[in-house]
Design a protein around this ligand. Structure first.
Ligand SMILES: NC(=O)c1ccc[n+]([C@@H]2O[C@H](COP(=O)([O-])OP(=O)(O)OC[C@H]3O[C@@H](n4cnc5c(N)ncnc54)[C@H](O)[C@@H]3O)[C@@H](O)[C@H]2O)c1
Length: 412
């Protein structure tokens, strides 16, 4: 799973993105190989470390993750506790909470996070149906302890001492629903959840998946400000799915080895606000104007492709879970001290005149360590125009979120 491939970036500090520019060489290759002959035996038994070969680093299994994974193979089972399920002792030490864990995204995301060797505790929260999801997942013999929390009265306990909170809670867009309908429902859900996050784990990394991300992230920021605990370096709108799609579609179009492809995607997370910078793709590829146009439109409308294929049975959940799990794993690697973690995300930013903007960021122990400014320099004419065109829509979405949050009264 490629976060990035070999690349050279200019970076600016998070506090002052454009003031301090240096050059970093960032190079990774990505795969963890399970010896095919003993693959199944190891997944059944998790006994032998020998068959796991970490070729290098990946978003899901970085060096540290691989070390931790090997460490778990010789671990011993632990006692079960009431309403929680402990399996193996492990070097992993991070606590992750998923809010909306019983949903279409929440369930596969919980499974993927359960596979992470960096996670020691996985707290699953929803307003209903989460007990069964946790019981089911708890039977997987991977290191983390899974606990379930149902309803508002259990939310505070779910969030205690959590390092990363992921929020896919809310409703996906359904036929007949206007964007305003979606906004009103999800804005209230995100506001309520973030109030509790502010009270119980204000230092956690917060990953917002609930749409419209262009507005829900500014809402979360306002709520955190009202609570006096806003740290812009730790609040992220998850746009990883746009990058995952861009990488996949470009690789397919140009017959590239998928694992090597890395396309930065900037702007926001809806329609024309999603701007893949195909001119900055690694490896560098030659594309006709028609190909750029066709790929850009496909990446921007990929969600609709899934909604139409599912024909009323939902929106993108599996690819979204995959993308969100990648962003969780990258965050955990950063928390764990990996000094070479880059992802695109929608964050508070002064790269442009918009207060929030998705771009490539460098993640560190304290969250956003720097934003990558160089990728917005030297854009093609097509990209420059698309960047200017997306700004009014993104600005309006940000303002809508801020206005919504400022109208509410937050309990101190
Ligand atoms: N960021 C992205 O790239 C991206 C991609 C796809 C979908 N999404 C968004 O993710 C969200 C979830 O999508 P889904 O397909 O999983 O929907 P879903 O309806 O299958 O699941 C949502 C879950 O949230 C729960 N929920 C509702 N209100 C809650 C509350 N107050 N507290 C806790 N949980 C609550 C529901 O019970 C349900 O289990 C939607 O807003 C969707 O638009 C984002």
């Amino acid at each position: 799973m490629a976060a990035t491939s070999a690349a050279t970036f200019s970076v600016a500090s998070a506090s002052s993105p454009c003031s301090r520019v240096s050059h970093l060489t960032h190079s990774k290759s990505f795969s963890i190989k399970f010896n095919p002959k003993s693959h199944l035996r190891n997944f059944n038994g998790l006994k032998s470390a020998d068959s796991v070969i970490c070729e290098s680093q990946s978003s899901f299994f970085g060096n540290e993750s691989c070390t931790a994974l090997k460490g778990t193979f010789s671990s011993k089972a632990q006692k079960q506790t009431q309403r929680s399920y402990t399996h193996l002792q492990t070097n992993a030490s991070y606590k992750v909470a998923i809010l909306g864990a019983a949903g279409g995204i929440g369930q596969p995301l919980a499974l993927l996070v359960k596979m992470s060797p960096l996670v020691s505790e996985l707290n699953l929260y929803d307003i209903a149906n989460v007990k069964g999801v946790a019981a089911d997942l708890s039977h997987c013999n991977t290191p983390s302890k899974v606990s379930d929390f149902t309803g508002a009265s259990e939310l505070a306990n779910c969030l205690k001492e959590v390092d990363v909170v992921v929020i896919p809670a809310g409703v996906p867009r359904k036929p007949g629903m206007t964007r305003d309908d979606l906004f009103n429902i999800n804005a209230n859900i995100v506001r309520t959840l973030i109030e509790c996050v502010a009270d119980n784990c204000p230092d956690a990394f917060i990953h917002i998946i609930s749409n419209p991300v262009n507005s829900t992230v500014p809402i979360a920021a306002e709520v955190l400000k009202q609570k006096g605990v806003y740290d812009p370096k730790k609040l992220f709108g998850v746009t990883t799915l746009d990058v995952v799609r861009a990488n996949t579609f470009l690789a397919q179009r140009k017959n590239l080895k998928l694992i090597d492809v890395d396309v930065p995607v900037v702007g926001g997370h809806a329609g024309i606000t999603i701007l893949p910078l195909l001119s900055r793709a690694k490896p560098s590829v030659s594309l006709t104007d028609e190909e750029v146009e066709e790929l850009t439109l496909r990446i921007q409308n990929a969600g609709t492709e899934v909604v139409e294929a599912k024909a009323g049975a939902g929106s993108a959940t599996l690819s979204m879970a995959y993308a969100a799990a990648r962003f969780v794993e990258s965050s955990l690697r950063a928390l764990d001290g990996d000094s070479d973690v880059y992802e695109c995300a929608y964050v508070e930013s002064d790269l442009t005149d918009l207060p929030f903007f998705a771009s490539r960021i460098k993640l560190g122990r304290d969250g956003v360590e720097s934003v990558i400014s160089s990728e917005l320099q030297g854009l093609t004419e097509y990209e420059e125009k698309a960047l200017e065109a997306l700004k009014p829509e993104l600005k309006a979405s940000i303002e809508k979120g801020v206005a919504f949050a400022q109208k509410q009264t937050v309990a101190a």
